[in-house]
Design a binder for this molecule. Sequence first.
Ligand code: TXA
Ligand code: MG
Length: 349
Amino acid sequence: METLVKKIDCKNIDINLIREAAQLIRAGELVAFPTETVYGLGADALHREGAEKIYSAKGRPSDNPLIVHIAEFKALEKITAAVPQEAWKLAEKFWPGPLTMIFPKSSAVPKTTTGGMETVAVRMPDHPVALALIRESGGYIAAPSANTSGKPSPTLAEHVYLDLKGRVPLILDGGGVGIGIESTIIDLSEKVPTILRPGYITKKMISEIIGEVRDDPGLISEDAAVRPKAPGMKYKHYAPKADLTVINGPQKQVIKKINELSAEKLARGRKVGVIGTDESISCYQCTCAKSIGSRCDEDAIARHLYGILREFDDMEIDDIYSESFATPRIGQAIMNRLLKAAGHQVINV
Ligand code: TXA
Ligand code: MG
C-alpha cells in the first residue's frame, strides 16, 4: 500500500482534503491525523473492521481498548449507556481538550473497539483538523496513538510515516503537536473517580471540579501483581531502543553522576546520549547531549520528550542518561512516560 502524506494548514482547513480523508474512514480504511496531544491513527469506531485494521497496522494486542474521539457533546449519548453528572461537568470544563473519560458502553460500540470491555473511553480533541475529520467521517473515530506498538507516541507526521508507511493510506500532516504526551484518562465508574493515566489535565484540576479523585494503584505501584486498570498501561510502552536510565537528585550531583556514567560507557565503546535542560546542557562532556527545553517551561519538556527519544533511536545510541523532570504541574505525567521508557531504571544521587 502506498502511504500519502498531505500537509494541512490548521488555520485554514482545506475541507476537500478533509472530505477525502473522511471518505477513507467511511470506507473502513485508516487515516492518521494530528490532535493536540499526539498523532492518532483513526478508523470508524462503530465498525468492527475499522478497529481490527488499527490493531494489525500498529501490531497492537487486541485486548487493548481504543479511545473513541467525538466532536459534539451530544455524540456521547449514542455510544454510552450512562453518563454521570460529574462527567458532564468535566466535559463542560475540559472538552474539547486532553481528557479521556471512561463510560459503560452502549451496543452501538463494537467490542473490537473496546478490546472486549463493557466500557468505552471517549474524548473530544482540541484540534481543528481532528474535529473537522470526526465531523465529516460520521462523528466517531477510534484512534490510538499513531506509533507502532512499543515506540514513543508520534508528535510529528514524520514519526507516523516512519512507523506506519505501507500500512496506512493517508497521513494528514498538521505540523508539530501542542502538548506532546497523551491525554489524561479518568474512570468515573468507581466510587472515587480514578485517574488511569496522568496527563496535561492534572488530578488537582479535576478535583477542583468534582471533588475527591485518586490515582489508580496500578499506575504507581512497582509491584507487578497490582495490575493497572487501563490495559495499555501494563505494556512496556514508549520504549526507545537504547537502555535509558533516569538520574534523580540535586542538579549538581545529577550532572556529575551522568558525566561519570557516560565516561565509563564511552570508554567501553558505547554510544551515549544525555537528556538535559537549557540550564544544564553545557555542563555535559558527552557529545550527544540534547536539551529537552528550559526547566522553567514544563510544557516544552512534555512537548519534546518523545521526539528526543526518537532522535536517539535514529542515532543508534546504546545508552541514554536523563535528568528527572518532576516539575510542579505536569511533572507526574512527564515522569510517568519517562520512567516507563526507562523500564523504571532510576539512580538516586
Ligand atoms: O491523547 C490521546 O489519548 C491519544 C490521542 C490520539 O487522542 N490517544 C491515545 O490512545 O493515547 P492509546 O490507544 O495510545 O491509549 C489509550 C489508553 C490505553 O492505555 C488503553 O488501555 C486505555 O486508554 N483505555 C482505552 N479504553 C479503555 C477502557 N474502556 N477502560 C480502561 N482503559 C481504557
Ligand atoms: Mg499509545
